[in-house]
Each structure stands twice: as structure tokens, then as C-alpha cells.
Design a protein. Structure first.
Length: 76
């Protein structure tokens, strides 16, 4: 497995991983949360830059866990 390489100017992956889900940010995080914990460490979520996420475009599994645990995260 080859590590993801990023464009130093934009932070966009040059060799992005497989695309497995397309939806809203909340939908993607719920899909991630439904996976077994052993699979979650290998997941990253690419999104458009959002101010609430400090303009990150690539969220780690730790970022997604933190977002899912927020009180204001839509559970359904």
C-alpha cells in the first residue's frame, strides 16, 4: 500500500485513495461510524474547506470521531 502524497501548495491528495461513499459530511461521518473500529483507523474523508473545520480538506479518523461525538452533530 502506497502512502498518500499531497500537493504542497493545495494539500490535495495526488494519489487519492479509493472513493467509497459520496454524501453530506454528516452522512459520510455516520457511514464511517458504522464501520468496525478496526477499519476506522484506515479511513480519511476528503471534503471542501469549511470554516468550522479550520478549513481542513482532509479529515482523519480522529477528526471524524471528534465531530461525531459533538452534541450538535445530527444523529439521524
Amino acid at each position: 500500500m502506497q502512502p498518500i502524497q499531497y500537493d504542497p501548495r493545495t494539500g490535495t491528495p495526488l494519489n487519492p485513495p479509493n472513493h467509497v461513499y459520496d454524501g453530506t459530511l454528516a452522512d459520510c461521518i455516520r457511514e464511517f461510524s458504522a464501520q468496525p473500529a478496526s477499519q476506522q483507523t484506515r479511513c480519511h474523508l476528503q471534503t471542501e474547506a469549511q470554516e468550522a473545520l479550520d478549513n481542513k480538506t482532509l479529515l482523519s479518523s480522529a477528526d471524524m470521531v471528534a465531530i461525531a461525538s459533538r452534541d450538535d452533530f445530527p444523529k439521524e
